[in-house]
Write a protein of this length. Structure first.
Length: 135
């Protein structure tokens, strides 16, 4: 469970950075610079997303195999919510934003809301996993 708690902490830190700093800055990009800014964002963040999510998945599988307690399951479930929201909501919104070539205020606002949901999942997952290790 310790490896998962560390991976979940990494994920929560990454997600908080995206929610508090990255997405608000991206949302402020004027329509005429949107396509370029979104493309740069997507290319730059992809390797970090891959690293963080790979660490979560590997450590999560190990945690499940070890048989986590209640708090461990809460951490795993909350993290799974964050990953699920990313796969089913955030990624498709990014795809639609990337295809449009200009900012779409409605989609950007939706992305910001979806991002807050996955941030909450990441933070709850990290806290629960840490408490599982400490308890």
């Amino acid at each position: 469970m310790t490896a998962f708690a560390l991976a979940a902490a990494l994920h929560a830190g990454f997600q908080l950075t995206v929610t508090v700093l990255v997405y608000p800055a991206l949302a402020e990009v004027p329509a005429d610079g949107w396509a370029r800014a979104h493309d740069r964002h997507s290319r730059r963040i992809a390797p970090v997303v891959g690293l963080v999510y790979a660490a979560l998945l590997v450590a999560g599988v190990v945690a499940v195999l070890e048989g986590p307690g209640v708090l461990g399951w809460v951490g795993l479930a909350a993290t799974a919510v964050a990953l699920g929201v990313t796969a089913t909501l955030a990624a498709p919104i990014h795809g639609r934003l990337g295809q449009r070539g200009a900012g779409d205020d409605r989609l950007v606002r939706r992305l910001l809301v979806v991002d807050r949901v996955r941030c909450a999942g990441a933070v709850v997952g990290a806290v629960a996993a840490a408490l599982a290790v400490l308890g």
